[in-house]
Ligand binder design. Sequence first.
Ligand SMILES: O=C(O)CCC(=O)C(=O)O
Length: 358
Amino acid sequence: MNKLQDWPEPIVRVQSLSDSGIPLIPERYVKPILQRPSVNPTTSNDVNIPVIDLARLYGDDHALRATILDQISIACREWGFFQVINHGVSPQLMDRAREVWRQFFHSPMEVKQAYANTPKTYEGYGSRLGVEKGAILDWSDYYFLHYLPLPLKDYNKWPAITADCRAVLDEYGKQLVELCGKLMKVLSINLGLGEEQLQNAFGGENIGACLRVNFYPKCPQPDLTLGLSSHSDPGGMTLLLPDSNVPGLQVRKDGNWITVKPVPHAFIVNIGDQIQVLSNATCKSVEHRVMVNSSEERLSLAFFYNPRSDIPIEPLKELVAPDRPPLYPAMTFDEYRLFIRMRGPCGKSQVESLKSPR
Ligand SMILES: O=C(O)CCC(=O)C(=O)O
């Protein structure tokens, strides 16, 4: 745990590097050849992750509701990713939340530095994930804050750059927790469980919810690096609000990288490792990564909905059978997330390494 007390090297803000106008990126951001975006196959532009309309999820039309459930079930099994529209979160609030964060990242450095984070909790303004000395870094800065559980929510660790900033972020968190609750019910039913069962396995009311806002500055050599290295999300479920103008998120599908084309005011939903574990791998937590570019910065808000951090998470007994043994041992989320907090994003290596030998 001691390793998480402080960063192993002085922190360099990627935004400062970008603003300095350097023509070449420093060696520490250059990815090994096989990880570079330029050498990985990308599928044709026509392919996109499924887009699912939630408008009639709670209507009286049972056939339509069954169709929506089905679409989500297929997306969770085959893609681990989908976009939702008509999800109930206010579009004005989504725009305002983006604006607040853009304003934060464009504030003077001394304002941002007042929120500088450490690897102990990661809360605040950061520029690296993982504490391995000498690690190759990603081309991004970020801000991380907690909504739930309530004892971890600390407004003093949230930026206060405008009068309404904390109120906007608070309301954003409230509406996203509600949406996650609805999606959890859908996932639970789709797994053949009672509506509340997945949420109960997460720890009921005492779940975790946090936000990481990713800021990807312009990069003079985008072919050599990544804004965020390939990873699967360690938590339960993620609701991503991508940049409204600049693409960059890529999702792994059948060995290829698909560039996501965001639908305006949609959320990108993805399954995290904890739901893969609870569902005994019925739902897939899928690798994704972010490309950067030389002409435009990019901003995204990743909202993580996680199980309570101190209870064992293991395949639900209803999803285990003699011909379908449990694929993963029990582990708390606190133990699980130590890995990414130490090593940073590492593909799917963690959840795969847990698989029980058969
Ligand atoms: O910026 C994006 O589009 C994706 C961000 C992401 O994958 C993450 O924050 O875990």
